[in-house]
Design a protein around this ligand. Structure first.
Ligand code: HBI
Length: 359
């Protein structure tokens, strides 16, 4: 295996925050593939940009974010779909590559898998959201049992084929995050601003605790954001925008804690390891990826899901956490090297078993 083709998400150009956690995952994978001597190209919607990454930009209409649809919503292909155009490029290029890695949480790449002569490794970025996707993913998992991977076990377990998913965790470039031993009296919330992230609970908790809350992230659902501002007009929160890592961590590190309020099964929660890398403890609802990362009472607190009072109780206990423990956990388990090795091993498994697929 020498040359790898990375196929991005169709919900937004890379570098805008619209691609959520997958943007950081693709960027980090590029760094790890370079470090390990592989050649690669990224195929992504027009307007994509990542430092030092060679991107093939493709025209076309973006897809609707899957989490805004219902479980029984039919599979929708927009006219002039950017995803269809991206996979036409993959068809033209596949003879030059050894493995194709798909990052789209969409029906088409899974359906196309048997039509390609080169193996397609599917990295699944969210938990189960739709019956149509579960069906096609399950078919491909049965035919290519090594080819599906997720961030965490709890994410994989939301799918009927969860036992076939490789769980790769995540990783970050620790050199980008500076440890801060002494915080100021403020909290942070990070993520795409959309209903499944339940920002309103974090604002409510900050208001009850009377501690300012800094909000970082891409505003995905404008109406939802307006509603929060109206509902909590006199709460102590400040929107800081979607910042590049360098600027984000410069503000994040000064916080006494991060609040994670996932309403859904958060696949992983890159923001958790970004906060811990700065020494910032994380308080999260005990569900999904964050519940597998946070060591309750040591690197933060796990709270009864959807309990704002639970968040407030945990905020009062933040002083019990040794901030060095937060940084140490990420250094041990979520460094880029540790994650890159897991990802490379998965791709090699996909590549070597592709010679004899399960018929
Ligand atoms: N929705 N349809 C669709 N396709 C994606 O690739 C997708 C998505 N919603 C969110 C998303 N990807 C990313 O934000 C992931 O990082 C979660």
């Amino acid at each position: 295996m020498k040359k790898i083709l990375l196929m991005s998400t169709p919900v937004g150009p890379l570098g805008t925050g619209m691609g959520g956690g997958v943007e950081l995952t693709i960027y980090n994978l590029c760094g790890e593939l370079t470090a390990r001597g592989y050649q690669y190209r990224v195929v992504a919607p027009k307007g994509s940009y990542l430092d030092n990454v060679d991107i093939i930009e493709v025209e076309g209409n973006l897809h609707t974010p899957a989490q805004t649809q219902r479980r029984d919503t039919p599979i929708i292909m927009p006219p002039n779909s950017v995803l269809a155009n991206m996979w036409e490029v993959a068809r033209q290029l596949e003879s030059d590559y050894d493995v194709i890695v798909n990052f789209a949480f969409d029906w088409l790449p899974f359906y196309l898998t048997p039509f390609f002569s080169k193996p397609i490794a599917h990295f699944i970025s969210m938990g189960s959201l739709s019956d149509g996707l579960d069906e096609i993913m399950g078919k491909i998992a049965a035919k290519y049992p090594n080819n599906l991977a997720t961030y965490t076990k709890s994410q994989a377990n939301t799918f009927p084929f969860g036992d076939k998913c490789q769980c790769l965790g995540s990783g970050i470039d620790l050199s980008l995050y500076q440890f801060q031993p002494t915080p100021q009296r403020k909290l942070a919330w990070l993520g795409r601003i959309a209903p499944e992230k339940a920002l309103e609970d974090a604002v409510a908790a900050a208001k009850l605790a009377q501690i300012p809350l800094l909000i970082f992230g891409f505003i995905q659902d404008e109406e939802y954001w307006q509603k929060i501002q109206t509902q909590f007009s006199n709460a102590p929160f400040e929107y800081k925008g979607f910042l590049p890592t360098k600027e984000l961590q410069a503000q994040l590190r000064d916080c006494m804690g991060v609040l994670m309020t996932p309403r859904w099964v958060e696949a992983f929660g890159n923001v958790v390891i970004e906060a811990l890398a700065c020494g910032v403890p994380v308080i999260s609802y005990a569900r999904g990826g964050p519940a597998e990362i946070i060591i309750d009472g040591k690197t933060g607190f796990l709270v009864t899901p959807d309990s704002v009072e639970g968040l407030v109780e945990a905020i009062k206990r933040l002083g019990e956490i040794n901030r060095y423990d937060c940084r140490r956990l990420v250094e041990e388990k979520y460094s880029l090297e540790a994650w890159g090795k897991r990802f490379e091993e998965w791709l090699l498994r996909v590549y070597h078993t592709s010679q004899c697929p399960v018929s």
